[in-house]
Design a protein around this ligand. Sequence first.
Ligand SMILES: NC(=O)c1ccc[n+]([C@@H]2O[C@H](COP(=O)([O-])OP(=O)(O)OC[C@H]3O[C@@H](n4cnc5c(N)ncnc54)[C@H](OP(=O)(O)O)[C@@H]3O)[C@@H](O)[C@H]2O)c1
Length: 247
Amino acid sequence: MSDGRLEGKVAIVTGATSGIGAAIAFRYAKEGAKVVLCARREDKGNANVEKIRKEGGEAIFVKTDVTVRDDVKNAVKKTADTYGTVDILVNNAGILLNKKFKDSTPDDWRRVMKTDALGSLYFLWEVLPLMKARKYGVVVQVGSKASTRPSDQEAFYCFVKAGMDHMIRVLTDDYAPFGIRLNVLAPGLTLTEMTESAPRLDELAKGVPFGRVGKAEEMADAALWLGSDESSYVSGAVINVDGGLVR
Ligand SMILES: NC(=O)c1ccc[n+]([C@@H]2O[C@H](COP(=O)([O-])OP(=O)(O)OC[C@H]3O[C@@H](n4cnc5c(N)ncnc54)[C@H](OP(=O)(O)O)[C@@H]3O)[C@@H](O)[C@H]2O)c1
């Protein structure tokens, strides 16, 4: 079943129970990667693993709350114990907060920060030393168009996503000598659990030059290129996959 563009690679994909993360996990497995799916919902995680295996791929699910450091340590250890190493980390788990700054609270800040930033940092702290020792590794940070196209309706979300873009640039220099590439995949409006019940989705789609929302599979296509050696000279980049939203 393998198409081979990630043959033999070991990939951790966080937030792989639904939406963009699930699409990336399916695509990576189809391309020959051994995939470790991390998220909180066991039923969905196990069902996604089942689907991958049925199609001949290799995957495990590790129940992980990315905001809990011990969960993250456990997920990386399970990956190393099961598959020997980590070649690719896709930091995708995230939540959206639809609130203006004036309505947001310190608890809102902590919630978004913990999931959309700290959860990614926990994985980076565990995975980068393994990659450094092997002088090989790829990180795909799932950011958002919201970091360069701010929306006052998503104040803290924009703030945190922009911060993570910059964190990835900070790490790029440090880790380049060790053969580690880190890039951001910045989706535009994409139809997933996060957005399916969003108010004014149709109206928002009309504001996209392509006139429609994106598909999770279209994000997975970009994540495949970023995760594979086809992007071997690319690091510190933010790749927008947004239906042509130039402004
Ligand atoms: N959809 C869009 O329009 C859009 C646009 C730009 C960027 N993005 C970004 O794309 C990424 C994926 O979002 P999506 O659109 O695919 O939304 P989604 O379908 O809601 O998926 C979010 C995923 O994150 C996981 N997650 C949330 N909190 C978690 C936690 N504490 N620990 C572990 N996993 C957690 C969820 O799994 P569990 O609930 O099972 O834990 C789920 O698998 C996010 O980073 C989001 O910010 C999305």
